[in-house]
Design a protein around this ligand. Structure first.
Ligand code: IMP
Length: 197
């Protein structure tokens, strides 16, 4: 059995990776099995931060490791909240964060925004890889939809004329930053079945 560590304490993330990786013959682990590691995310890009997390966990567990980092960037706000998406306006909830972003864009014509997801993989030889996906769209004028999480209610996906919180999960996944990055990761792993521990 090939062993792989997901550098997350989020059970939903672990479950999603498990569903994708078990069919490829991986036994999936996560941070609940090891002593707490919480490296400072000092990178300036999603890819750097994903690599920082992956390296610190890989150093400890010495098995193939995956870590991801994602967030929303808004052009008229010089890319904010960007890599600070999870920490933006802490400790308020996303209803508050989403309304705050809409009001910061009140007098702006440019509402272009994009989600990024970077997945870092450190393979069985210790070689680093990054798989990235983006989803382009616009910031809506108001919150819409109950699906998804985080900034989904304010993110308009142009080809559907809906926010990503109004999309069914499979539809969001077919066009999302995370869906694209994940498919690139899976394609790599499928093409490198020699990635044995
Ligand atoms: P991470 O778990 O450290 O990657 O943090 C990602 C943060 O970016 C989340 O807490 C959300 O605020 C935001 N984010 C990333 N992807 C999405 C998405 O698909 N929908 C909505 N918000 C997202």
């Amino acid at each position: 059995m090939k062993e792989i560590m997901i550098a997350t304490g989020n059970k939903n993330k672990t479950r999603e990776y498990r569903e994708m990786l078990e069919p490829l013959g991986y036994s999936v682990h996560d941070l609940s099995e090891i002593e707490h590691v919480d490296p400072e995310e000092t990178g300036t890009t999603f890819a750097e931060n994903a690599l920082i997390k992956a390296r610190s966990v890989h150093d400890k567990v010495k098995m193939m490791t995956i870590a991801d980092d994602s967030g929303l960037s808004i052009r008229a706000l010089n890319g904010e909240p960007g890599i600070y998406s999870a920490r933006y306006l802490e400790p308020h909830d996303y209803g508050y964060k989403n309304r705050a972003l809409i009001s910061r864009l009140q007098d702006k014509d440019d509402r272009y925004a994009w989600f990024t997801c970077a997945i870092a993989l450190i393979d069985h030889k210790g070689v680093e890889h990054v798989f990235e996906g983006i989803m382009e769209g616009e910031i809506a004028m108001e919150l819409r939809g109950d699906n998804g999480f985080g900034y989904d209610p304010i993110f308009l996906v142009p080809q559907f004329g809906k926010t990503s919180a109004e999309l069914e999960p499979e539809v969001k996944n077919s066009v999302s930053h995370r869906g694209k990055a994940t498919r690139a990761l899976l394609e790599y792993l499928r093409n490198h079945p020699e990635e044995e521990e």
